[in-house]
Design a protein around this ligand. Structure first.
Ligand code: WT7
Length: 664
């Protein structure tokens, strides 16, 4: 049967999927959703009973959601690493594969059972303790996608240390900011990793970061180095650097390490993410509520069953990898695939080859990956047997209907529902999504809120005291959340005021997501992208303010304004408008130098795709840069700059001037 391939079609889940699904109809969902909103304590109290608690909670929820005050499972004690490992083994899953590691070289492949994982985690937890790590201490994990990364995360969680995983693509400067921001004294890294046939020396970057930290008065006491690349020349600082393998093998390191009973609200990890202003913020996630939310979303959204093989392609350096590759998967006793490298090496069929080789049943990736693989042609997918797949997922940015249809037809063979999961770092877990057996899909819509989540679309408020105004059907507005769910972050590490300002002042009484959205007549949500100064490049979130400050730190630059513009593969890319010092000429060499400079200051993900040298910024009469004008020009839509916008400018003639110099 030819799959249906139409944008405006409602893609109902196949009957055999519905028959085995946890939630089989929208009516069944509505009933549960209503309960989760009307009586969150009863709902989330029930869900939490699926997990192990050393001590039961006294109260399920206490707080004031509209001002960012949330506490879940008050007084309860648990340990997420215990739930991920010991509790699974107690249920007879000791010999089941927990982590299936696939290296870039195909032969570098390793299955680690739940029992092996527990031993490794206990031993590493004992290594951490040996070097002075205690409950509450922060540990930086600057590691590639290797099985030792979840080992290190769970080892931290086991003893109550707080992990901060830093994405391997960040530069030494960005790593320094995160080490200092979290106040960590111990860093775990690897000597290097594979990227498209080349060996990347991540240890060098970590070394540089430590020197930069030293300049700011913070000393990293120890760096534990995984010897991932064999026979690879690794620089070594005696007294500070420790070999992961050697330490793990020491005879004084025990296989046993008791899991510390953690208060439900004790910190679990800090994850840095970009905001619309200033430096990246460290979102703080805690133990109990995060655990219950990761467990519950994984189970219902991926409709997880015992024999599933789960493959999430996100790097563990981002929240998706935390919540689904590691915690959600292991809390459900699943087998989770970790792949070291890129989808295009050695050929653009690597994901499909892995699905085929490891018999993956649930595949979760980002629209940018789908678009780039779609461009390579469907023959790369057709080479492989994907018949084990039963469910697909998408995350990170709105998925355009063309990519959705290709994914549905060529990867899912028209047989697999696609869960388009909207959420963000701050949320801890998926917030708006389909439940795959319960209702039909519309390509490009994330559909309905998960249990406990109540999204509202509000019109911008004219003043703080004005009442909230809900947008009508199909009307665009600001996506806000109106009800507490257990996974929400508890704060920005060390910056309580920024936390409140960033999320609770735009629409007083609501959590402000920073996304635009609309709701259609069926109640389906359509996410329309960021409405703040955050750009989503290939699913990586970058604040334009960070890039501007990186550009301005270059001696040739006087002023910079950075905006996003639509990009066919990446979704969005960065367009920088730069004013240079008088005596300096803006040529191609300088352009390349500025790109190199942002790569150094932040990382490759933040290098602008286009840089235009200009003489003057379009500002309003109070001297503020009018970014809407710059966004329109960058998108090639200068014609769409209306008179109203032009009239706000102090020097309206600049629009024409800047548009003439636009980089195409
Ligand atoms: C922003 C959050 C948490 C997932 C990884 C990214 C955008 C995320 C979707 C989606 C439309 C999406 C939003 C959001 N986003 N998923 N399914 N449809 N937009 O986490 O780095 O915190 O970025 O990503 O704009 O606010 P993040």
């Amino acid at each position: 049967m030819e799959p249906i391939n139409k944008i405006d079609h409602l893609y109902a889940p196949p009957q055999d999927f519905v028959d085995q699904a946890y939630i089989k109809s929208r009516a069944e969902y509505e009933k549960m959703w209503k309960q989760s909103i009307d009586d969150p304590e009863a709902f989330w109290g029930e869900m939490a009973k699926n997990l192990h608690w050393f001590k039961p909670w006294l109260k399920v929820y206490r707080g004031d959601f509209g001002i960012g005050d949330n506490e879940w499972y008050v007084g309860g004690k648990t340990n997420i690493a215990y739930n991920c490992l010991d509790a699974q083994i107690a249920q007879g899953k000791g010999d089941k594969t927990a982590i299936l590691f696939q290296g870039e070289p195909d032969e570098d492949c390793r299955s680690i059972s739940y029992r092996e994982m527990l031993t490794a985690v206990c031993r590493f937890a004992n290594v951490l303790k040996k070097y002075g790590v205690q409950k509450g201490d922060r540990v930086i994990l600057y590691m590639p996608m290797i099985w030792q990364l979840p080992v290190a995360m769970l080892a931290c969680a086991r003893i109550g240390a707080v992990h901060t995983v830093v994405f391997g693509g960040f530069s030494a400067e960005a790593l320094r900011d995160r080490i200092i921001g979290s106040g960590a004294k111990l860093v775990v890294t690897a000597n290097g990793y594979w990227r498209s046939g080349k060996q990347v020396n991540s240890k060098n970057i970590a070394d540089t970061a430590c020197i930069l930290c030293q300049e700011q008065g913070l000393t990293v006491d120890h760096m534990i180095v995984v010897n991932h690349l064999k026979d690879f020349d690794t620089p070594w600082t005696l007294g500070r650097d420790l070999s992961f393998e050697k330490e793990m093998a020491e005879t004084d390191i025990s296989d046993v390490c008791p899991a510390v009973p953690m208060d439900a609200e004790d910190p679990l990890f800090i994850m840095f993410t970009s905001g619309s202003t200033g430096k990246p913020k460290g979102t703080l996630h805690i133990t109990g509520g995060y655990m219950v939310y990761a467990y519950t979303t994984f189970k219902y959204i991926f409709d997880y069953k015992d024999n599933d093989i789960f493959f999430c392609t996100a790097d563990i350096g981002w929240i998706t990898g935390h919540t689904y590759t590691v915690y959600g998967a292991l809390l459900n006793g699943a087998t989770s695939v970790i792949y070291e490298s890129v989808p295009t090496y050695p050929e653009p069929d690597r994901f499909w080859q892995i699905v085929d080789k490891h018999k993956v049943t649930i595949f979760y990736t980002a629209p940018t990956a789908i678009r780039s693989l779609m461009k390579k042609g469907s023959e790369w997918v057709e080479k492989h047997d994907l018949s084990t797949l039963r469910l697909l997922g998408s995350v990170g940015e709105p998925i355009n209907p063309e990519a959705w249809l290709w994914y549905h037809q060529y990867v899912g063979h028209g047989r697999c529902p696609i869960v388009d999961t909207w959420w963000q770092t701050e949320g801890g877990g998926i917030l708006i999504t389909a439940l795959p057996g319960a209702w039909g899909l519309k390509p490009g819509s994330a559909t309905l809120p998960f249990f406990g989540v109540k999204p509202v679309i509000l019109k911008p408020r004219p003043s703080e005291n004005a009442d909230p105004i809900e947008a009508g059907i199909d009307e665009e507005g600001e996506l806000c959340l109106a009800s507490p769910w257990p996974g929400i972050m508890r704060g920005i590490y060390g910056e309580p005021e920024r936390f409140f300002m960033n999320y609770y002042t735009q629409q007083p009484g609501f959590y402000f997501t920073g996304d635009g959205a609309k709701k259609d007549a069926d109640g389906y949500f359509w996410i329309l992208g960021r409405i703040d100064d955050v750009v989503n490049i290939s699913g990586h979130r970058i604040g334009t303010a960070e890039v501007e400050s990186a550009l301005c730190s270059h001696p040739a630059v006087i002023e910079a304004a950075v905006v996003g513009y639509p990009h066919p593969i990446k979704g969005e890319d960065l367009y920088a408008y730069v004013i240079l010092s008088k005596e300096i000429e803006g040529n191609e060499t300088l352009r390349q130098e500025l790109v190199a400079h942002t790569r150094k200051e932040i990382g490759p993900i933040a290098s602008p795709g286009k840089i235009q040298f200009i003489h003057e910024m379009p500002k309003n009469r109070s001297g503020k840069i009018v970014r809407r004008v710059l966004r329109k020009i960058a998108a090639g839509d200068a014609a769409g700059i209306g008179d109203a916008m032009i009239n706000t400018l102090a020097e309206p003639h600049l629009v024409e001037e800047i548009n003439q110099g636009r980089i195409v």
